[in-house]
Design a protein around this ligand. Structure first.
Ligand code: DGI
Ligand code: FE
Ligand code: FE
Length: 290
């Protein structure tokens, strides 16, 4: 089935309002996919089909959960929670979509999960920020989604949690896991693209940062990402071995050697990067996971 055929079928199944919401999610998902370098065709299909089971009868949804071995805990939740997981099975049967990444993105579009794929984040956010939405966080999350998709995921998980608690609703655990996972930005450390391979090979084992990025201690785990990489995918988990305060006067040749520069060059480099910080911190680490 091509996209147009799918679109016609979606239009027959959904109410006019739901169909219009769906098409705005498609447009938003295309925009985000282009922005973050995701597969635009997949984003279009996932967005088009994300709410396809919204009108399905609750009893039928529950039958799907049992018949297709979905998480049985879903049976304790309302159709708001069920319609995504059920759709991930339904679209294979009714639309011939077998792509696991699309199915997964649709399954979690309502409540998210930890460590989502780029596509899943795009559908989660597109659904939350399509311009017809009426919630009070539309503008804030739309703005954040332009430059930091993970932070947008954190915010929409947060606001959904707050809304659900306010309304005495039952929280599906995946939503909480999503929030916790994306709420760890203190322990994210950015590196320049050119340092990625050196870190992975074990050649680079120190970094020098200012106070804002030195609230770590031995044994802490840091998630290393590349600054230039818009998706901010974690390329390695680093375990901190040592955090040591240094000033320009106490920096030594040894540290400069790790950077592959002379001491003088290192001091100049740090003065440029941190012109207002006298005290800096040497963070030594090793790669724990890649
Ligand atoms: O299907 P849409 O309306 O486009 O949007 P959606 O799939 O994000 O569903 C939003 C609804 O789902 C909203 O009313 C909040 C609700 N929801 C999200 N996570 C949970 C939840 N409801 C419960 N009870 N528990 C959850 O964890
Ligand atoms: Fe939905
Ligand atoms: Fe939706």
């Amino acid at each position: 089935m091509n996209f147009n055929e799918m679109q016609n079928k979606v239009k027959e199944i959904l109410s006019e309002k739901r169909y219009e919401h769906t098409m705005r999610v498609v447009d938003t998902a295309i925009m985000l996919a282009e922005r973050y370098g995701a597969n635009v065709e997949k984003a279009k299909i996932a967005a088009l089909l994300h709410d396809i089971c919204k009108p399905m009868d609750e009893v039928l949804m529950k039958r799907y959960v049992i018949k297709y071995n979905l998480d049985l805990k879903l049976l304790d939740y309302p159709t708001e929670v069920l319609h995504g997981p059920v759709a991930s099975v339904y679209i294979e049967k009714e639309f011939g979509v077998v792509d696991e990444e699309i199915k997964q993105a649709i399954a979690v579009h309502t409540f998210g999960k930890s460590n989502m794929t780029l596509l899943a984040k795009i559908i989660f956010i597109a659904d939350y920020i399509e311009p017809g939405r009426k919630h009070p966080h539309l503008q804030e999350v739309t703005e954040v989604a332009e430059y930091d998709l993970d932070e947008a995921v954190r915010l929409s998980a947060k606001y959904t949690l707050l809304y659900l608690i306010e309304n005495d609703e039952r929280i599906y655990p995946s939503l909480l896991k999503c929030y916790n996972y994306y709420n760890i930005k203190n322990y994210r450390v950015g590196f320049k693209e050119k340092n990625k391979e050196k870190i992975l090979s074990g050649e680079k084992i120190i970094t020098i940062r200012n106070k804002s990025e030195a609230h770590f201690k031995k044994g802490d785990l840091l998630e290393a990402v590349v600054y230039e990489d818009n998706t901010k995918d974690i390329f390695a988990t680093l375990e901190v071995d040592l955090v040591k305060p240094v000033t320009r006067d106490t920096l030594t040749e040894r540290y400069a050697k790790y950077y592959g520069v002379t001491l003088e060059e290192l001091i100049n480099k740090l003065s440029t990067r941190y012109p207002n910080d006298d005290e800096l911190y040497v963070i030594m680490f090793h790669v724990k996971d890649r």
